[in-house]
Write a protein that binds this ligand. Sequence first.
Ligand code: AMP
Length: 178
Amino acid sequence: MTPDELKALVRTIPDFPSPGIQFRDITTLIGHGDGMAHTVRHLADHARKAGADAIAGMEARGFIFGAAVSVALAKGFVPVRKPGKLPVETLGIDYALEYGTDRLEIDPGAIADGQNVVIVDDLIATGGTALATVELLRQAGARVETACFVIDLSDLGGAAQLRNAGVEVLSLMQFEGD
Ligand code: AMP
């Protein structure tokens, strides 16, 4: 399936989770067998070309696509978790949201020094989550040069921010981010 056919499988829910947000819902994409398979194939092609040694995905929807790409390439998966979930001493990063802050954590032992870790997530909006993930993985010793997304809300500028941080950004489809 082409990226345009995949895009037609994404459902848009207006005013969720708050008024004015157009929520781009991947539930309908991942519930479609061919849609899921082709989405993962496109992402895995990007990650393979980028020379991934491992895949990192952010909780929760990054786990769906990241784990699938990791299986497709037979490379390890690094879960980037919400706080308090990992049972070991973690490396963490706090980052700003529109209102307040959030935190991501990883097990630093999951990354070998200099390993090329490719980030996979469902969607990039402002880029705050992805930038924090890049920083966290780099602090753990990873080389982070590529991030793959199913959806880019291109007018929100997240991809440009990642590129400024030296990360190549690949996305299967774009939507307006309003
Ligand atoms: P950001 O840190 O702003 O790039 O936001 C990234 C995360 O927020 C993504 O992983 C999405 O899961 C979620 N997100 C933000 N905006 C939307 C939207 N309009 N539709 C669906 N998910 C969104």
